[in-house]
Design a protein around this ligand. Structure first.
Ligand SMILES: *Cc1c(COP(=O)(O)O)cnc(C)c1O
Length: 386
């Protein structure tokens, strides 16, 4: 067999979608025939279904996860002179929503085991200027959101959960997005509930905030051509909503498959004797969290992460680095004021993290190939050292 046939993709969207092809075509045809490409019935139906799924009374669709975060901070009135606490070890959009509004990001460090934001780091950064806290539920596992909400509550600071990677996740059995003032979700195709294009949503327990989010997402216009506030245009379109309703029906199964894949990686890596030393660390599971495994994130120590990634790439085995450059080191923020009090774990994670292929239709054979390749990386190194 050629190397290509032995390869393993990081993600195969077509393979995941293939079993539901007929359902997608039926749903999309209905939208096409309705001619209602915006504000079609699927949008309201999806919002209603997701409210049930996330156990929140209010869901507002929007154009992307990035917009969800921006709209959330706009609805909270964040602006110049305000500080917002956020991890630096995250995707750009968790931070750009802050700087776009002229507010100052304040970067909290992460916990080394889960890569999630450290609540005590958050607590140490609070000042009278702190106007919001954005915990990120990274890789599909909730941050310690109970503790974060407690800290925020003591200071009366709103919490905006960046749950872009964590739909269906929970902490102490309570869903991601139902803990904070506002929850922000993404339907980007690689997310656990991925559309066929861009999309996002916001969740909130507060009907007044939901109304404000809707107003701001619709040009701040109410009634038509009367603009109460300077809003933006951010809508979830009907085609995406129709696709997402199909996908939502299968989301429970998809999460089960991802969890089984994560368990199998753990077992295979242990069986290969690859775990225990300082070289490779399995993703840590918080016992209070229901993890939905958007990513399976290893830590590769000894300064060999990039070498490992190249070794896998030569064998056509996909891997990715989420994230190679923390936000406080990004070029685009070089002239932006921000603050932190030490980000040692963030910087170490950016040099050690390596994400393996994980998607619902990934096969056991493919996982075996991934783990065997990792094993041969270390045995080759052992031979070279001997
Ligand atoms: C994907 C993602 C976003 C942004 O979502 P988009 O829909 O791509 O705009 C925000 N935060 C995190 C942590 C993400 O992973």
């Amino acid at each position: 067999m050629s190397a290509k046939q032995n390869g393993v993709p990081l993600l195969d969207v077509n393979r995941d979608n293939a079993p539901h092809r007929e359902e997608f075509i039926d749903a999309l045809t209905e939208v096409l025939d309705s001619g209602r490409f915006l504000f079609g019935p699927d949008v309201a139906e999806l919002e209603c279904e997701l409210a049930g799924y996330c156990q929140v009374p209010n869901v507002v669709g929007c154009a992307s996860g990035s917009d969800a975060l921006l709209l959330a901070l706009m609805a909270l009135g964040i602006g110049a002179g305000d500080e917002v606490i956020v991890p630096s070890f995250t995707f750009f959009a968790s931070v750009s929503c802050i700087t776009r509004l002229g507010a100052t990001p304040v970067f909290a460090d992460i916990l080394p085991g889960t890569f999630n934001v450290d609540p005590e780091s958050v607590a140490s950064l609070i000042t009278e200027k702190t106007k919001a806290i954005i915990p990120v539920h990274l890789f599909g596992q909730c941050a310690q959101i109970d503790r974060i909400c407690q800290i925020a509550g003591e200071h009366d600071i709103p919490v905006v959960e960046d749950a872009a990677q964590a739909i269906g996740a929970a902490y102490h059995s309570r869903p991601a997005g139902s803990w904070g003032t506002i929850g922000c979700f993404s339907f980007y195709p690689t997310k656990n509930l991925g559309g066929m294009g861009d999309g996002g949503m916001m969740t909130t327990n507060d009907a007044g905030i939901a109304d404000r989010l809707r107003l701001i997402a619709g040009h701040g216009m109410r009634p038509r051509y009367y603009h109460q506030v300077i809003g933006i245009n951010s809508r979830l379109d009907t085609f995406q909503a129709a696709v997402l309703r199909v996908k939502l029906r299968h989301l429970g199964d998809a999460i089960e498959s991802r969890a089984a894949i994560a368990d199998r990686y753990d077992r295979l890596l242990k069986d290969h004797g690859l775990v225990g030393g300082a070289e490779l660390t399995l993703p840590q599971r918080d016992k209070h969290a229901f993890h939905v495994w958007n990513q399976y994130a290893l830590r590769i120590g000894g300064g060999r992460r990039d070498e490992m990634r190249s070794f896998l790439a030569e064998r056509n085995i996909g891997s990715e680095i989420y994230y190679p450059v923390p936000m406080h080191e990004q070029e685009c923020f070089a002239n932006t004021p921000f603050r932190h009090n030490g980000l040692a774990e963030t910087e170490r994670a950016s040099k050690e993290v390596l994400n393996l292929p994980i998607f619902p239709s990934l096969t056991e054979m493919e996982q075996v190939r991934v783990v065997e390749a990792i094993g041969s990386f270390y045995s080759k190194a052992a031979r070279a050292a001997a």
